[in-house]
Design a protein around this ligand. Sequence first.
Ligand code: SAH
Length: 385
Amino acid sequence: MKKSSARAPVKPALSKPKTNLLGLSRAGLEQFFLDQGEQRFRAEQILKWIHQQGVMDFAAMTNLSMALREKLETIAKITLPEVAGEQLSTDGTRKWLLRVDPQNSIEMVFIPENGRGTLCVSSQAGCALNCAFCATAKQGFGRNLSSAEIIGQLWLARQLLAETAEAPKITNMVLMGMGEPLLNFEAVARALELMIDDCAWGLAKRRVTVSTAGLVAGIKQLAERCPVSLAVSLHAPDDALRDQLVPINRSYPIKQLLNACREYVADDRRAKITFEYVMLDGVNDSAPQAKALARLLQGIPSKVNLIPFNPFPGTEFRCSSQANIDRFREILSASGLTTITRRPRGQDIAAACGRLEGDILPRSQRIARLRTAQTRHHPAPGVIA
Ligand code: SAH
């Protein structure tokens, strides 16, 4: 019998989505190459190209064989968030708006100070925690960022800063932008691993800080996985008040939180927890509250950062008077706690703590207010100091 010559139309094979290598830390890259039948040491080579040399183009990775470079073109990619706006403060602070998808934008801030350069990055688009005094909370929650979108902020910032006249270096990293880092644990942990890996960014653990509203489970996980410096947004010396200001306190009350903090630094004699305390007029800034806070923190290796409240449209809170902030600081200092008052930075461009809003709703007028900056994807030589 003659076979029918009619053939069923060939269905296009569903191609596997390309893996974004930017967000893979050493372990993930090693697994990626092993899965491809390649050798483990390829991971180190790629880490150096991407994170140290700033190279995004596989064709330029000259110590990989031609065949591997061609293969990578078909199965992998290196993609960054898009720069949608940039603002420069009179005090030198810079803020960028980054678009991570058509619905979500995030903000990152660079703060130059006394030879240091601190980059503050976001871990989520928006935030789900609803702290009473925070502008990001008012935006609601958009989504978790991927590890590529978190480390991509550092990659982009180095590139953008290298193009400025001063070309400052990024020496310190803080996860204090939009979002709660410990509610996006896996992506944050991978980005942290890249920040401290000698083949990637090579930052000392002490120069990388995760700031949390106090997720005890996440603090324990971080201690196991990647114990960088920890900052805890405390803001109140008792549960009744903290329940109101930082609602996650209802799940993880102060006693539990401070026990997790004690454990976090138990194995490292030099480590200290930074406690952040936003100064709210008539709410948490009295002398008895300062004394209660000092008692609470006794015995925990710690330093306290008093943050003058940064007001934003629609908030009912006001910043404490300078006299109250000074009195609060003196009471804590007198009890032996290292206490500093954080100097507000980038206020003219709404870059200060708690003012980052991004844009997690479909394009708002906010973007129009920002100068449009071109997205640049070419290599940036040099590594951070
Ligand atoms: N979710 C994390 C990190 C983001 S907030 C956290 O809660 O720590 C970074 C810091 O800015 C936190 O200490 C936060 O409490 C503080 N902050 C929020 N809103 C603020 C405001 N309006 N003025 C001053 N500090 C604020």
